[in-house]
Design a protein around this ligand. Structure first.
Ligand SMILES: [Zn+2]
Length: 165
């Protein structure tokens, strides 16, 4: 038996079905207005950039509305980007939000706070090495600790504004 790689049509249909299932609202309404189409196209570029930076296949990256964060624009508040990378070999989901200091070039890794379980930004990631440095830090240099912003934690969380243990 021979296995052939699926053709473009088959992969395109698979991609559409995957998007419909993962982000029904975003996919269904992408043509509604110029703004929604623009956001859709911009997020496609974000997905390509993140996939290249983290060396994962493009279809492992999904960019959807961030349910917790909005950003001000000329036309009012718009939902931020929530970037979900589902690692094909392990199935583990990694979530990122944009790093406002480097638009389109680096992202903030989200992890659950061990105390309040809110998803909070823990490390800026522009390359695979940044993620690796966060996972396996060099103990000669102080860690980049992004956890001091209490905004992401639940109000009574004792970890907000503290150093990691
Ligand atoms: Zn917390």
């Amino acid at each position: 038996m021979t296995t052939t790689a699926p053709g473009l049509a088959e992969r395109a249909v698979h991609a559409a079905r995957t998007h419909r299932a993962a982000d029904p609202d975003g996919f269904h309404h992408r043509h509604d207005t110029r703004e929604t189409w623009n956001r859709w196209a911009r997020r496609a570029r974000v997905a390509r950039t993140v996939a290249a930076a983290l060396q994962v296949p493009l279809d492992a990256v999904l960019v959807t509305d961030d349910p917790h964060r909005t950003y001000p624009t000329r036309n009012g508040e718009v939902p931020g980007d929530l970037i979900t990378v589902t690692d094909p070999p392990t199935g583990q989901a990694w979530r990122f939000i944009p790093d406002d200091t480097t638009p389109g070039q680096a992202w903030l890794l989200l992890q659950r706070c061990p105390r309040c379980s809110a998803e909070i930004p823990v490390a800026p990631v522009a390359t695979l090495a940044d993620l690796g440095d966060h996972l396996d830090p060099d103990h000669d240099t102080p860690p980049t600790w992004m956890n001091q912003d209490p905004a992401g934690h639940r109000p009574d969380c004792t970890a907000a504004g503290t150093e990691p243990q």
